[in-house]
Design a protein around this ligand. Structure first.
Ligand code: C2E
Ligand code: MG
Ligand code: MG
Length: 391
């Protein structure tokens, strides 16, 4: 087929020839479907299905993409409402271009939709490459406003070679979506696997979720499950499909392997980091006389045991393990650890002797060791259970 022309796109919008296909996403915590990504398809009058890479680049370079996005958004909301009638928890994500934010039309359309649909049930994906060009423009302001509307923002194709890390710190993204190239290289390149692991850790540190796309094998699924990735999407689970097929897929309520084993590992790392930050703060308070405020802020230690990262895991997704004796035993040492940490900070402020501080630090370390031991026990037991289920 010859190259697509702009006037063909214009008439395709007029004739309503664009539809969304839906590709399911699976939560690695629950092992169940968590939603889908809406992917545009152009169904021509002769029945040919045209994939986005044949027309999105032209639409983007001419700016016509904003017309397509505006025309498709009501359709997306209608589909998402049908989906949420079957399962109210599912999130429907759709792709946008940074160009869509150069004016406020789409932003207003999305904000106005809040009367029809809970915007937390929608997610927007923007590629890292497209948001790079936003700089300090008004588009960036519009994007920030979108993030405030409650819709979840994902940075798509993360890891494709732009200045990702710097962009992440400046933009209001909730989710990182790892690029499928990185995922496919992961199985035969140790370096790619390491980059995937480090990206998952970084997302976790930033309080962001991490989704991997392009899962084509069971081994990629398992790797990401153990690595602490939040959600996966790919041909191994399901290909993009028309709405009716997607509804049938949801109704089947299939269960994949979902055990937050990777998240136990994150909890161990979080705890080790918390202890290190606490000790670093205590020593600066106790021995540095005048304390560098910036350094303290950078190492701010959460004293509330519900609010530290381990606590948020324990009282959040970790509750999947509630009733497990090892999990239940964790609560006490964790509470005592925070008490010891708080006492230690107070003592340091009052300027206690080195020997007294050392004694208190030993108490902290004792609770810390108990916690690590329990978490590791939980981790290995969960892995054994997981393997036994598959025998
Ligand atoms: P994307 O947002 O990164 O979407 C993922 C693409 O990877 C989809 O291609 C999907 O079919 C494909 N994919 C999913 N799982 C696998 C897998 O396991 N293996 C392989 N090899 N591929 C997989 P699709 O639907 O052709 O879309 C291509 C791109 O077009 C999308 O990449 C997105 O950037 C863009 N796009 C799609 N729909 C829209 C839209 O409505 N608006 C805009 N602005 N862009 C869109
Ligand atoms: Mg996408
Ligand atoms: Mg992508």
């Amino acid at each position: 087929m010859p190259d697509v022309k702009l006037h063909e796109l214009e008439s395709a919008v007029e004739n309503g020839e664009f539809v969304y296909y839906y590709q399911p996403k699976i939560s690695l915590v629950t092992g169940r479907i968590s939603g889908a990504e809406a992917l545009i398809r152009w169904i021509r009058t002769d029945g040919e299905i045209v994939l986005p890479n044949r027309f999105i680049p032209l639409a983007e370079s001419t700016g016509f993409i904003t017309e397509i996005s505006l025309a498709m958004f009501p359709k997306l909301v209608t589909d998402a409402l049908i989906v949420n009638d079957v399962n109210a928890k599912l999130v429907t994500a759709f792709n946008l271009s940074a160009k869509d934010f150069e004016n406020r039309h789409l932003l207003h359309a999305i904000q106005d939709a809040s009367g029809r649909i809970d915007l937390a049930r929608l997610g927007a994906e923007l590629t890292e490459a497209s948001v790079i060009g936003l700089g300090n423009s008004s588009a960036l302001g519009n994007l920030r406003e979108l993030a405030e509307s409650g819709i979840r923002l994902a940075m798509d194709d993360f890891g494709t070679g732009y200045s990702s890390i710097d962009t992440l710190s400046r933009l209001p993204f909730d989710i990182i979506k790892l690029d499928q190239g990185l995922i496919s290289r992961m199985s035969d390149s140790e370096r790619s696997a390491t980059i995937v692991l480090a990206s998952i850790r970084m997302a976790h540190q930033l309080g962001m979720e991490i989704v991997a796309e392009g899962i084509e094998t069971a081994s990629a699924y398992d790797f990401l499950l153990h690595a602490g990735c939040s959600e996966v999407q790919g041909f191994w689970i399901a290909k993009p499909m028309p709405l009716d097929d997607y509804l049938a897929f949801i109704r089947k309520d299939q269960i994949w392997t979902g055990l937050p084993t990777g998240l136990i590992h994150m909890a161990i790392l979080d705890h080790v980091q918390w202890r290190q930050q606490l000790i670093s703060r205590v020593t600066s308070l106790a021995f540095n006389g005048r304390v560098d405020e910036a350094a303290i802020r950078a190492s701010d230690v959460e004293v509330d045991h519900h609010q530290c990262k381990l606590g948020r895991w324990y009282y959040g997704v970790g509750q999947a393990f509630r009733g497990h004796p090892v999990f239940d035993r964790l609560e006490e040492p964790h509470r005592l650890l925070h008490q010891a940490g708080f006492d230690l900070l107070e003592s340091a402020r009052q300027g206690l002797s080195r020997s007294e501080l050392t004694r208190q630090m030993r108490m902290l370390t004792h609770q810390s060791s108990r916690i690590i031991e329990l978490l590791q026990e939980l981790e290995s037991e969960a892995m054994i259970d997981l393997s036994l289920k598959r025998v």
